[in-house]
Unconditional design. Sequence first.
Length: 195
Amino acid sequence: MLSNLARRWSAWVVEPIARLLARLHITPNQATVIGCLLTSAVGVIIAFGHLRIAGIFLIVTLALDAVDGTLARMTDSVSLFGAFLDSTLDRWAEIALYFGLAWHFTQTGQSYAVLLTMLVMATSLMVSYSRARAEGVGIPLKEGLFTRFERLVVLVLGLIFSDLIVWALAVIAILAAVTAVQRILATRRLAESLP
């Protein structure tokens, strides 16, 4: 996955930020909440129609996305609740981005793009839900062609090159749907291999 490659290359940015937050006594859960609020603020920028600016700010929030996990490991404060909070707020933040887009398209009279945005939101959430449910029944699931990171990279490109935003959304919708099906099939395969 592209996200694994990005995680390895972004360590030189993420680790100094995590060290700074540790010195400021900011907890990993507080960093998670801050990250969610910042990404949600990008959704507001999108809603007001400033797509290129939103794309640039989203790059910053993506860079900060891994800080909470790194901070938790640095401060030896990894917890089950922290993992749950991170995953849950990631979903809320992604919803805020798509809600901002839907509002923008509503204001500009692009009803087809509103429907496409709703489809993107649904397929994106199903990618995350399928993994959560697999893990809920005891099947660790790491497979996934188009995870949250990949979706947000395509969204960033669509926002910065705003004339291509509808095409970016179409790509996300298709590949997220494929990934959700991929995870269903992977879960079936793994479930059948268990005793």
